[in-house]
Ligand binder design. Structure first.
Ligand SMILES: Cc1cc2nc3c(=O)[nH]c(=O)nc-3n(C[C@H](O)[C@H](O)[C@H](O)COP(=O)(O)O)c2cc1C
Length: 371
Protein backbone atom coordinates (compact mmCIF):
# COMPACT_ATOMS: atom_id res chain seq x y z
CA UNK A 1 0.00 0.00 0.00
CA UNK A 2 2.74 2.44 0.92
CA UNK A 3 5.31 2.21 -1.80
CA UNK A 4 7.30 5.44 -1.64
CA UNK A 5 8.06 5.19 2.02
CA UNK A 6 11.78 5.62 2.07
CA UNK A 7 11.99 8.91 0.14
CA UNK A 8 14.53 11.01 2.06
CA UNK A 9 13.50 14.45 3.26
CA UNK A 10 14.55 17.17 0.81
CA UNK A 11 13.16 20.62 1.43
CA UNK A 12 15.38 23.47 0.28
CA UNK A 13 13.13 26.05 1.92
CA UNK A 14 13.66 24.77 5.40
CA UNK A 15 14.91 27.32 7.89
CA UNK A 16 18.62 27.08 8.31
CA UNK A 17 18.43 28.34 11.88
CA UNK A 18 16.03 25.65 13.06
CA UNK A 19 17.90 22.85 11.35
CA UNK A 20 21.34 24.09 12.37
CA UNK A 21 20.67 24.87 16.03
CA UNK A 22 17.30 24.08 17.59
CA UNK A 23 16.55 20.75 15.95
CA UNK A 24 19.86 19.06 16.85
CA UNK A 25 19.29 20.07 20.49
CA UNK A 26 15.73 18.72 20.49
CA UNK A 27 16.71 15.57 18.68
CA UNK A 28 19.36 14.79 21.32
CA UNK A 29 16.52 14.35 23.77
CA UNK A 30 13.95 11.62 24.01
CA UNK A 31 11.10 12.62 21.62
CA UNK A 32 8.45 12.89 24.32
CA UNK A 33 10.76 14.84 26.62
CA UNK A 34 11.52 17.26 23.76
CA UNK A 35 7.80 17.58 22.99
CA UNK A 36 6.94 18.31 26.62
CA UNK A 37 9.73 20.88 26.87
CA UNK A 38 8.52 22.73 23.77
CA UNK A 39 4.94 22.63 24.99
CA UNK A 40 5.92 24.01 28.41
CA UNK A 41 7.78 26.88 26.73
CA UNK A 42 4.89 27.59 24.39
CA UNK A 43 2.53 27.44 27.36
CA UNK A 44 4.63 30.08 29.09
CA UNK A 45 4.87 32.22 25.95
CA UNK A 46 1.08 31.91 25.56
CA UNK A 47 0.67 34.05 28.68
CA UNK A 48 3.04 36.82 27.51
CA UNK A 49 1.35 39.20 25.12
CA UNK A 50 4.74 40.52 23.96
CA UNK A 51 5.91 36.99 23.10
CA UNK A 52 2.73 36.28 21.17
CA UNK A 53 3.14 39.56 19.31
CA UNK A 54 6.76 38.83 18.49
CA UNK A 55 5.92 35.37 17.16
CA UNK A 56 3.08 36.80 15.10
CA UNK A 57 5.37 39.38 13.52
CA UNK A 58 8.12 36.95 12.64
CA UNK A 59 6.12 33.85 11.68
CA UNK A 60 2.83 34.95 10.07
CA UNK A 61 2.52 34.20 6.39
CA UNK A 62 0.32 35.63 3.65
CA UNK A 63 -3.40 35.56 4.35
CA UNK A 64 -5.24 32.86 2.44
CA UNK A 65 -8.69 32.89 4.02
CA UNK A 66 -11.02 29.90 3.80
CA UNK A 67 -14.74 29.94 4.64
CA UNK A 68 -15.95 26.54 5.75
CA UNK A 69 -18.56 25.09 8.16
CA UNK A 70 -19.75 28.67 8.72
CA UNK A 71 -16.30 29.56 10.12
CA UNK A 72 -13.60 31.86 8.79
CA UNK A 73 -10.10 30.39 8.73
CA UNK A 74 -7.37 33.04 8.20
CA UNK A 75 -5.37 30.43 6.30
CA UNK A 76 -5.77 26.72 5.52
CA UNK A 77 -2.85 25.33 7.59
CA UNK A 78 -3.92 24.01 10.99
CA UNK A 79 -2.36 22.22 13.92
CA UNK A 80 -3.14 18.50 13.82
CA UNK A 81 -4.56 16.69 16.85
CA UNK A 82 -2.12 15.20 19.33
CA UNK A 83 0.37 18.07 19.52
CA UNK A 84 -1.52 19.93 22.26
CA UNK A 85 -3.69 17.30 23.88
CA UNK A 86 -4.68 19.43 26.87
CA UNK A 87 -4.87 22.94 25.39
CA UNK A 88 -1.69 23.98 27.24
CA UNK A 89 -0.46 26.40 24.59
CA UNK A 90 -3.66 27.39 22.82
CA UNK A 91 -2.84 31.08 22.15
CA UNK A 92 0.60 30.17 20.79
CA UNK A 93 -0.70 28.23 17.77
CA UNK A 94 -2.37 31.26 16.22
CA UNK A 95 0.71 33.36 17.02
CA UNK A 96 2.85 30.83 15.12
CA UNK A 97 0.78 31.66 12.06
CA UNK A 98 -1.50 28.62 12.00
CA UNK A 99 -4.98 29.11 10.57
CA UNK A 100 -6.71 26.87 13.14
CA UNK A 101 -5.85 24.40 15.86
CA UNK A 102 -7.29 21.04 16.81
CA UNK A 103 -6.74 20.30 20.50
CA UNK A 104 -6.88 16.83 22.06
CA UNK A 105 -7.48 13.92 21.66
CA UNK A 106 -9.36 14.23 24.84
CA UNK A 107 -11.36 11.48 26.52
CA UNK A 108 -14.12 11.43 29.10
CA UNK A 109 -11.75 10.01 31.74
CA UNK A 110 -8.27 11.40 32.38
CA UNK A 111 -5.74 8.74 31.44
CA UNK A 112 -1.96 8.29 31.48
CA UNK A 113 -1.65 6.58 28.09
CA UNK A 114 0.76 3.76 27.30
CA UNK A 115 4.08 3.17 29.07
CA UNK A 116 7.08 5.18 27.81
CA UNK A 117 8.95 5.22 25.50
CA UNK A 118 6.03 5.74 23.12
CA UNK A 119 7.26 8.15 20.42
CA UNK A 120 10.09 7.30 18.04
CA UNK A 121 11.76 9.37 15.31
CA UNK A 122 12.82 7.74 12.07
CA UNK A 123 14.93 10.75 11.18
CA UNK A 124 16.27 9.55 7.85
CA UNK A 125 12.69 9.15 6.55
CA UNK A 126 11.14 12.25 8.17
CA UNK A 127 8.78 9.99 10.12
CA UNK A 128 7.40 9.51 13.63
CA UNK A 129 5.95 6.41 15.20
CA UNK A 130 3.75 6.91 18.24
CA UNK A 131 1.76 4.74 20.55
CA UNK A 132 0.74 7.43 23.05
CA UNK A 133 -2.64 5.85 23.77
CA UNK A 134 -4.62 9.07 24.37
CA UNK A 135 -2.67 10.39 27.35
CA UNK A 136 -4.75 13.42 28.32
CA UNK A 137 -6.10 15.30 31.33
CA UNK A 138 -9.73 14.30 30.65
CA UNK A 139 -12.67 16.33 29.36
CA UNK A 140 -13.41 18.06 32.66
CA UNK A 141 -9.87 19.36 33.18
CA UNK A 142 -9.75 20.39 29.53
CA UNK A 143 -12.98 22.38 29.94
CA UNK A 144 -11.45 24.12 32.97
CA UNK A 145 -8.31 25.03 31.05
CA UNK A 146 -10.27 26.33 28.08
CA UNK A 147 -12.46 28.39 30.39
CA UNK A 148 -9.29 29.95 31.82
CA UNK A 149 -8.06 30.84 28.33
CA UNK A 150 -11.43 32.48 27.61
CA UNK A 151 -11.35 34.44 30.84
CA UNK A 152 -7.76 35.56 30.29
CA UNK A 153 -8.67 37.35 27.07
CA UNK A 154 -5.96 35.39 25.28
CA UNK A 155 -8.31 33.15 23.29
CA UNK A 156 -6.95 32.95 19.74
CA UNK A 157 -8.61 34.67 16.83
CA UNK A 158 -8.56 31.52 14.69
CA UNK A 159 -11.06 28.62 14.86
CA UNK A 160 -10.41 26.00 17.53
CA UNK A 161 -11.43 22.37 17.21
CA UNK A 162 -11.41 19.53 19.72
CA UNK A 163 -10.51 15.94 18.90
CA UNK A 164 -12.65 13.51 20.89
CA UNK A 165 -11.39 10.01 21.71
CA UNK A 166 -12.81 7.07 23.64
CA UNK A 167 -11.56 6.38 27.17
CA UNK A 168 -9.57 3.16 27.38
CA UNK A 169 -11.67 1.81 30.27
CA UNK A 170 -14.94 2.31 28.39
CA UNK A 171 -16.13 -0.82 26.56
CA UNK A 172 -16.80 -0.37 22.84
CA UNK A 173 -20.53 -0.84 23.41
CA UNK A 174 -20.60 2.23 25.67
CA UNK A 175 -18.60 4.39 23.28
CA UNK A 176 -21.55 6.65 22.26
CA UNK A 177 -22.12 7.76 25.87
CA UNK A 178 -18.39 8.23 26.43
CA UNK A 179 -17.99 10.54 23.41
CA UNK A 180 -21.21 12.35 24.26
CA UNK A 181 -20.11 13.05 27.82
CA UNK A 182 -16.92 14.77 26.62
CA UNK A 183 -18.80 16.62 23.90
CA UNK A 184 -21.38 18.02 26.31
CA UNK A 185 -18.69 19.27 28.66
CA UNK A 186 -16.70 20.86 25.87
CA UNK A 187 -19.22 21.99 23.28
CA UNK A 188 -19.16 25.61 24.38
CA UNK A 189 -15.38 25.78 24.22
CA UNK A 190 -14.68 25.00 20.59
CA UNK A 191 -15.78 25.93 17.09
CA UNK A 192 -15.81 22.39 15.73
CA UNK A 193 -15.35 18.79 16.87
CA UNK A 194 -13.58 15.80 15.37
CA UNK A 195 -14.65 12.29 16.30
CA UNK A 196 -11.52 10.22 16.43
CA UNK A 197 -12.26 6.57 15.75
CA UNK A 198 -9.02 6.04 13.84
CA UNK A 199 -6.19 6.07 16.37
CA UNK A 200 -4.34 2.74 16.26
CA UNK A 201 -3.27 3.06 19.91
CA UNK A 202 -6.46 2.39 21.86
CA UNK A 203 -7.34 -1.30 21.68
CA UNK A 204 -10.12 -1.97 19.13
CA UNK A 205 -10.90 1.74 18.66
CA UNK A 206 -10.74 1.40 14.89
CA UNK A 207 -13.67 -1.04 15.02
CA UNK A 208 -15.75 2.06 15.70
CA UNK A 209 -15.16 3.09 12.07
CA UNK A 210 -17.58 0.31 11.23
CA UNK A 211 -20.70 1.95 9.78
CA UNK A 212 -23.26 0.92 12.40
CA UNK A 213 -20.96 1.58 15.39
CA UNK A 214 -20.03 5.00 14.04
CA UNK A 215 -23.67 5.81 13.29
CA UNK A 216 -24.56 5.25 16.96
CA UNK A 217 -21.80 7.59 18.14
CA UNK A 218 -22.82 10.29 15.67
CA UNK A 219 -26.49 9.99 16.61
CA UNK A 220 -25.59 10.43 20.30
CA UNK A 221 -23.46 13.48 19.53
CA UNK A 222 -25.97 15.16 17.24
CA UNK A 223 -28.70 14.66 19.84
CA UNK A 224 -26.58 16.67 22.26
CA UNK A 225 -25.56 19.16 19.58
CA UNK A 226 -28.81 20.69 18.29
CA UNK A 227 -26.96 21.32 15.05
CA UNK A 228 -24.86 23.96 16.79
CA UNK A 229 -21.30 22.77 16.22
CA UNK A 230 -19.77 21.31 13.08
CA UNK A 231 -18.86 17.65 13.74
CA UNK A 232 -16.32 15.81 11.58
CA UNK A 233 -14.97 12.25 11.61
CA UNK A 234 -11.27 11.42 11.32
CA UNK A 235 -10.49 8.33 9.27
CA UNK A 236 -7.54 5.93 9.16
CA UNK A 237 -5.37 5.67 6.06
CA UNK A 238 -5.57 1.90 6.37
CA UNK A 239 -9.27 1.70 5.49
CA UNK A 240 -10.05 0.28 2.08
CA UNK A 241 -12.09 2.38 -0.37
CA UNK A 242 -15.20 0.31 0.39
CA UNK A 243 -15.03 1.14 4.10
CA UNK A 244 -14.42 4.82 3.28
CA UNK A 245 -17.53 4.80 1.07
CA UNK A 246 -19.56 3.45 3.99
CA UNK A 247 -18.39 6.34 6.14
CA UNK A 248 -19.37 8.75 3.36
CA UNK A 249 -22.87 7.28 3.51
CA UNK A 250 -23.14 8.56 7.10
CA UNK A 251 -22.40 12.17 6.19
CA UNK A 252 -25.88 13.27 5.16
CA UNK A 253 -28.07 11.38 7.64
CA UNK A 254 -25.83 12.42 10.53
CA UNK A 255 -25.25 15.97 9.31
CA UNK A 256 -21.48 15.60 9.35
CA UNK A 257 -19.66 18.82 8.46
CA UNK A 258 -16.81 16.89 6.85
CA UNK A 259 -14.05 14.32 7.23
CA UNK A 260 -10.45 14.55 8.38
CA UNK A 261 -8.13 12.37 6.30
CA UNK A 262 -6.01 10.85 7.70
CA UNK A 263 -4.77 9.61 11.03
CA UNK A 264 -1.49 7.65 11.34
CA UNK A 265 -0.96 4.32 9.58
CA UNK A 266 -0.14 0.89 10.96
CA UNK A 267 1.54 0.03 7.64
CA UNK A 268 5.35 0.03 7.48
CA UNK A 269 7.83 0.58 4.65
CA UNK A 270 10.17 -1.97 6.22
CA UNK A 271 9.92 -4.38 9.11
CA UNK A 272 13.33 -3.68 10.61
CA UNK A 273 14.85 -1.10 12.99
CA UNK A 274 12.48 1.43 14.51
CA UNK A 275 9.76 0.35 12.08
CA UNK A 276 9.37 -2.73 14.25
CA UNK A 277 7.94 -0.48 17.00
CA UNK A 278 4.19 -0.79 17.46
CA UNK A 279 2.13 2.35 16.86
CA UNK A 280 0.93 4.79 14.24
CA UNK A 281 3.36 6.01 11.59
CA UNK A 282 3.19 9.66 10.46
CA UNK A 283 5.30 12.03 8.39
CA UNK A 284 6.73 11.57 4.91
CA UNK A 285 5.95 7.89 4.60
CA UNK A 286 2.27 8.79 4.96
CA UNK A 287 2.15 11.57 2.37
CA UNK A 288 1.08 9.56 -0.63
CA UNK A 289 -1.46 7.30 1.06
CA UNK A 290 -3.26 10.11 2.85
CA UNK A 291 -3.50 12.00 -0.46
CA UNK A 292 -4.97 8.88 -2.11
CA UNK A 293 -7.61 8.72 0.61
CA UNK A 294 -8.44 12.42 0.13
CA UNK A 295 -8.67 11.97 -3.65
CA UNK A 296 -10.97 8.98 -3.26
CA UNK A 297 -13.26 10.73 -0.76
CA UNK A 298 -13.45 13.84 -2.94
CA UNK A 299 -14.27 11.91 -6.12
CA UNK A 300 -16.70 9.57 -4.45
CA UNK A 301 -18.63 12.44 -2.87
CA UNK A 302 -18.39 14.57 -6.04
CA UNK A 303 -16.69 17.24 -3.94
CA UNK A 304 -19.73 17.70 -1.71
CA UNK A 305 -18.06 16.66 1.57
CA UNK A 306 -15.51 19.13 2.96
CA UNK A 307 -12.19 17.46 3.69
CA UNK A 308 -9.35 18.37 6.04
CA UNK A 309 -6.19 16.81 4.62
CA UNK A 310 -3.45 15.65 6.98
CA UNK A 311 -0.53 13.27 6.61
CA UNK A 312 3.07 14.00 5.65
CA UNK A 313 2.75 17.66 4.65
CA UNK A 314 6.26 19.15 4.75
CA UNK A 315 6.19 21.85 2.08
CA UNK A 316 4.01 23.79 -0.35
CA UNK A 317 4.13 21.04 -2.98
CA UNK A 318 2.72 18.51 -0.49
CA UNK A 319 0.05 21.03 0.48
CA UNK A 320 -0.84 21.77 -3.14
CA UNK A 321 -1.19 18.08 -3.94
CA UNK A 322 -3.63 17.58 -1.10
CA UNK A 323 -5.65 20.69 -1.99
CA UNK A 324 -5.91 19.76 -5.65
CA UNK A 325 -6.79 16.20 -4.63
CA UNK A 326 -9.76 17.63 -2.71
CA UNK A 327 -8.76 19.02 0.70
CA UNK A 328 -10.21 22.41 1.66
CA UNK A 329 -8.08 22.71 4.81
CA UNK A 330 -4.83 21.05 5.89
CA UNK A 331 -3.13 20.08 9.13
CA UNK A 332 0.45 19.41 10.14
CA UNK A 333 2.17 17.56 12.96
CA UNK A 334 5.33 15.69 11.87
CA UNK A 335 6.25 18.46 9.42
CA UNK A 336 6.39 20.90 12.33
CA UNK A 337 8.74 18.59 14.24
CA UNK A 338 11.13 18.17 11.31
CA UNK A 339 10.91 21.57 9.63
CA UNK A 340 10.33 23.86 12.61
CA UNK A 341 7.81 26.57 13.42
CA UNK A 342 8.39 28.51 10.20
CA UNK A 343 6.89 25.66 8.18
CA UNK A 344 3.46 27.35 8.11
CA UNK A 345 4.76 30.55 6.60
CA UNK A 346 6.90 28.65 4.07
CA UNK A 347 3.88 26.61 2.96
CA UNK A 348 1.60 29.65 2.77
CA UNK A 349 4.11 31.61 0.69
CA UNK A 350 4.47 28.67 -1.67
CA UNK A 351 0.70 28.24 -1.93
CA UNK A 352 0.16 31.93 -2.65
CA UNK A 353 2.71 31.75 -5.49
CA UNK A 354 1.17 28.58 -6.85
CA UNK A 355 -2.33 30.06 -6.83
CA UNK A 356 -1.12 33.09 -8.77
CA UNK A 357 0.74 30.89 -11.26
CA UNK A 358 -2.34 28.76 -11.91
CA UNK A 359 -4.54 31.85 -12.33
CA UNK A 360 -6.65 31.36 -9.18
CA UNK A 361 -7.49 34.21 -6.85
CA UNK A 362 -8.87 32.19 -3.93
CA UNK A 363 -7.85 28.88 -2.47
CA UNK A 364 -11.22 27.19 -2.82
CA UNK A 365 -10.92 27.48 -6.61
CA UNK A 366 -8.00 25.02 -6.48
CA UNK A 367 -9.75 22.41 -4.32
CA UNK A 368 -10.08 19.13 -6.23
CA UNK A 369 -8.75 20.71 -9.44
CA UNK A 370 -6.41 17.86 -10.35
CA UNK A 371 -9.47 15.67 -11.02
C1 LIG B 1 2.62 11.91 18.91
C2 LIG B 1 1.35 11.98 18.11
C3 LIG B 1 0.13 12.01 18.78
C4 LIG B 1 -1.07 12.05 18.06
N1 LIG B 1 -2.25 12.10 18.75
C5 LIG B 1 -3.42 12.17 18.04
C6 LIG B 1 -4.67 12.27 18.71
O1 LIG B 1 -4.75 12.33 19.93
N2 LIG B 1 -5.81 12.28 17.96
C7 LIG B 1 -5.76 12.22 16.58
O2 LIG B 1 -6.81 12.23 15.92
N3 LIG B 1 -4.58 12.17 15.92
C8 LIG B 1 -3.43 12.14 16.61
N4 LIG B 1 -2.24 12.08 15.93
C9 LIG B 1 -2.25 12.05 14.45
C10 LIG B 1 -2.05 13.42 13.82
O3 LIG B 1 -3.09 14.30 14.18
C11 LIG B 1 -1.98 13.30 12.28
O4 LIG B 1 -3.21 12.79 11.81
C12 LIG B 1 -0.88 12.36 11.83
O5 LIG B 1 0.29 12.53 12.61
C13 LIG B 1 -0.51 12.59 10.35
O6 LIG B 1 -0.03 13.90 10.15
P1 LIG B 1 1.53 14.25 10.03
O7 LIG B 1 2.11 13.31 9.04
O8 LIG B 1 1.58 15.69 9.64
O9 LIG B 1 2.12 14.00 11.38
C14 LIG B 1 -1.03 12.06 16.64
C15 LIG B 1 0.20 12.04 15.97
C16 LIG B 1 1.39 12.02 16.69
C17 LIG B 1 2.70 11.99 15.94
Amino acid sequence: MLDDLATPPDNPRVSWLYKAFARPLFFKRDPEEAHDLVLRRLGWASRQRWALGLARCSLSGPKLPVELFGLTFPNPIGLAAGMDKGGTALPAWAALGLGFSELGGVTRHAQPGNPQPRIFRVIEDGALINRMGFNNPGAEAMAGRLRDWHDSGLWPTHPVGINLGKSKITPLADAPADYRYSFELLKNFADFFVVNVSSPNTPNLRQLQDKSALAEILAALQEANDGQRPILVKVAPDLGFGALDEILELVEPHRLAGLVATNTTIERPYENGLYAETGGLSGRPLTRRSTEVIRHLYRQSAGRVPLIGVGGIFDADDAWEKITAGASLLQIYSGMVYEGPQITRAILKGLAKRLAREGFTELHEAVGKEQ
